[in-house]
Design a binder for this molecule. Structure first.
Ligand code: NAP
Length: 374
């Protein structure tokens, strides 16, 4: 009798919670709004920027006039010369899983892009607060809304001087992709000289940095890519290349200390089989390259691998890269020393950003896709 009552009340409580959750979601959905809904009139001091008022395919992107930012104390105003696009920008499609963060019905932040390189045009009223930066400096960094003519950035955040031997296009291709590679290999993968490292997805934006960064740590690198990218991956330093159209890397006799996986198209047991007993698999590729139906399945597979690895000696780790000044400086130094050279696949103009994203979402970019800003 007592058990029956407990079950009845539990069912009621669950039903009530579900109704409440639905109501909260429904209200959040209809209340969600963005700048596009507020008519603020023509900007007094305009600049061009890429904007998306709605979720959808790259067709929703428009190049419009917005207010040019003014640097506050501790900020610098950068005239953007080049930017680059990342799978992160494909969130314009508004995946439901992350809409509670992005905005339920419409994107809260209508601006797009993160990676940029450009010239410091001005600093805030107190030049001493702008740190090392002064007008005319060439810099690169990460800031939301970078697909625009200008960005205003805090001097102590992810912005550093551009190495003189790098073009703006090369420097703009670095922040998100190279920091993801650096933090995945160094912090999560605990990479050590002499280790055997496998990089799945070696020819893409993150992968081309990962191959070079792994080599800079003195490791033996195997890159996995398709036939047309074999020469590219070898040319950036991979010791061995596996063509995934001809060979399954999980079916060889080779064992690795570290797998840096940007694709996530193999199960936990397949990848575990080729790891040494103390090996680490860093699952960086949240759903794999491009926009495809299998993203959900791959994400679920990575979650399963993470949980399963709690019970074995091999580690399976996932993470989200954090953009910061110290790591950008390390990457700038590696580029200055010629140890890392960005691979640029295609270059588009700012008004062609939608084409750039259409290309990126096919999932077959060879290195980075860059946007030039005139
Ligand atoms: N954890 C984080 O913080 C973080 C940060 C940035 C990116 N990411 C994730 O990392 C992944 C890679 O990003 P990205 O910028 O490198 O993407 P990307 O540039 O679009 O990657 C494209 C590359 O993926 C390769 N590829 C596609 N299918 C493959 C397969 N089955 N096996 C091996 N390679 C394959 C393609 O080579 P082929 O043309 O030869 O197939 C192409 O060169 C994405 O899922 C992204 O969301 C995660």
């Amino acid at each position: 009798m007592k058990l029956k009552r407990v079950l009845k009340w539990s069912a009621r409580a669950i039903l009530l919670s579900l109704i409440l959750a639905f109501l909260v979601g429904f209200i959040a959905y209809w209340r969600s709004t963005n700048d596009c809904d507020r008519d603020t009139g023509a900007p007094a001091n305009p600049m061009k920027a890429i904007v998306h008022c709605e979720y959808g395919s790259p067709d929703v992107l428009t190049l419009v006039n917005v207010e040019k930012p003014t640097p506050a104390d501790k900020q610098v105003l950068v005239r953007v010369r080049a930017a680059s696009v990342n799978p992160l920008d494909l969130t314009i499609r508004g995946p439901w899983l992350i809409r509670p963060i992005l905005g339920m019905r419409k994107p809260k932040d209508t601006r797009l892009g993160v990676d940029y390189a450009g010239t410091v045009e001005a600093v805030g009223k107190n030049p001493a607060a702008a740190g090392q930066f002064k007008p005319g400096d060439e810099v690169f960094g990460a800031k939301n809304g970078a697909l625009a003519e200008y960005v205003c950035v805090l001097a102590d955040r992810a912005v550093v001087l551009k190495p003189a031997n790098m073009t703006f296009e090369q420097a703009a291709s670095v922040p998100v992709a190279a920091i993801t590679a650096l933090q995945g290999l160094r912090d999560k993968g605990k990479i050590q000289p002499g280790q055997k490292v496998l990089i799945n997805g070696a020819s893409g934006g993150v992968g081309t940095f990962a191959v070079q960064i792994a080599k800079s740590f003195g490791t033996e690198v195997t890159g996995v890519c398709s036939t047309r990218n074999v020469d590219l991956v070898r040319s950036i330093g991979a010791d061995h290349v596996i063509d995934y159209t001809k060979e399954d890397f999980t079916k060889t006799d080779q064992r690795y200390d570290l797998i840096f996986d940007l694709v996530g198209n193999h199960s936990f047991s397949e990848r575990r089989r080729i790891l040494n007993p103390t090996g680490i698999c860093v699952m960086a590729g949240i759903g794999g390259a491009g926009w495809h139906d299998g993203i959900g399945t791959r994400l679920a597979g990575e979650l399963k691998a993470y949980v399963a690895s709690r019970f074995v000696s091999e580690k399976f780790i996932t993470y989200i890269a954090t953009l910061n000044k110290a790591d950008l400086q390390i990457l700038g130094d590696l580029m200055q020393a010629g140890k890392v050279t960005p691979v640029i696949d295609r270059t588009y103009k700012l008004n062609e950003t939608a084409d750039a994203l259409r290309y990126l979402e096919q999932g077959h970019a060879r290195g980075k896709v860059v946007i030039t800003v005139e």
